[in-house]
Design a protein around this ligand. Structure first.
Ligand SMILES: [Mn+2]
Length: 367
């Protein structure tokens, strides 16, 4: 069996993309040597590359998002390649880049321990700046996160330079900063459609410069090319974040979950709201999906679940309205997917939902 698989891979290397497509049966179950979604393509023959960033350091409560890419990859084998909106998507090829360096993995483990120590000390009422040991550890956490950001930026740049369309899969929601900064170097004006339960607009939450809760604060502060941030599904936020968003004026549009429901219960429909959200975005759009923007029944094991949120089909419809608007999709990230404990019998559910959203995002990007 092993020899056969190796031989099969060898022959795939010599075949053109058209020959691989001709010989591949998209209706069959995935084989052991297949890539993500059971696809027969390597990076070379894939139009879309998804960079795995299995990183979580500044986690507030539940952890496990570092396992997100592996859970999504495993669940992806059960996703039918025939997508209702993008029937031909699989032929474009999707490659999962699992090259996240071991050195960064090691830094993450250390930084995560330090971060937990710091969070515990803060909860105990300690002022970190008065504690030399913890201050040093805080600096090391920030430094490790910065190195992750640099790797994400370099790795995304590498794929874009090869003519690929690229997305990221996390990891916690701190991971896309480097990629969004790269987009700022490539495009003079773009918007971000951000699905999340949280605004993620905190300035250095718990002292961590690159906290998952600070991602869009960091984006707005360091990427002036982002002319519009449209946040959807927001339902857990602090006054400081709300005021910060308000001070950004037209640059930030927040669709609070409560307001979305109020408008729908009062007679408006989701399609009208989606059209309005999309209209607030410029011609080029980056998409950032925190899985906790969805109803927690769709992501029960994510780090910070909040009741309420979008239905699965509401998210898909929003992505489709965006796609049909003709705006150019320049990249995406999908974050905070965490597999559950298999002993409960539904450990692969979060990965299953995540794999389907990722496929839809790939279609939105490249379909
Ligand atoms: Mn988030």
């Amino acid at each position: 069996m092993f020899t056969f698989v190796k031989g099969n891979q060898f022959s795939v290397l010599l075949m053109t993309k058209e020959e691989i497509i001709d010989q591949f049966n998209p209706n069959a179950a995935a084989t052991a040597d297949a890539g993500i979604y059971g696809l027969p393509f390597g990076a070379e023959h894939s139009d879309v590359v998804v960079v795995a960033v299995p990183w979580e350091v500044t986690v507030s409560s539940g952890s496990g998002t570092a396992e997100g890419p592996a859970a999504i990859n495993e669940a992806s084998m059960q996703v039918d390649l025939y997508n209702h909106d993008y029937p031909e998507l699989w032929k474009k090829g999707i490659h999962l880049d699992l090259s996240f360096p071991q050195e960064l993995q090691n830094k993450m483990m250390k930084a995560k321990d330090f971060a937990q120590e710091i969070i515990f000390a803060i909860e105990e009422g300690e002022n970190i700046s008065d504690n030399a040991v913890l201050s040093k550890k805080l600096n090391e956490v920030n430094d490790s996160c910065n190195q992750m950001n640099l790797w994400v930026k370099q790795q995304s740049e590498l794929w874009l330079a090869k003519g690929k369309k690229a997305g990221l899969v996390g990891g916690d929601h701190s991971i896309p900063l480097g990629y969004i900064q790269l987009q700022g170097e490539k495009h003079s004006d773009f918007g971000i459609l951000h699905i999340d339960a949280h605004m993620d607009l905190r300035n250095a939450y718990e002292g961590f410069t690159y906290s998952h809760a600070s991602i869009f604060y960091n984006v707005l502060q360091t990427v002036p090319q982002v002319s519009s941030l449209v946040q959807v599904g927001i339902r857990d936020y602090c006054l400081q974040e709300k005021e910060y968003a308000g001070n950004q004026e037209a640059r930030v549009s927040v669709y609070f979950d409560r307001e979305i429901r109020k408008r729908i219960y009062s007679g408006e429909n989701w399609n009208q709201l989606c059209l309005e959200m999309v209209e607030r975005l410029p011609a080029k759009v980056y998409i950032s999906v925190d899985i906790d923007g969805l109803d927690p029944k769709l992501c029960p094991n994510t780090g910070t679940p909040v009741p309420g949120g979008l239905e699965y089909e509401e998210l898909v419809h929003l992505l489709n309205v965006l796609k049909q608007s003709g705006k150019e999709i320049i990249g995406f990230d999908l974050c905070e997917v965490a597999p559950g404990d298999d002993s409960a019998g539904n450990g692969d559910w979060d990965g299953n939902v995540g794999a389907r959203i990722l496929y839809q995002l790939c279609g939105t990007l490249a379909g």
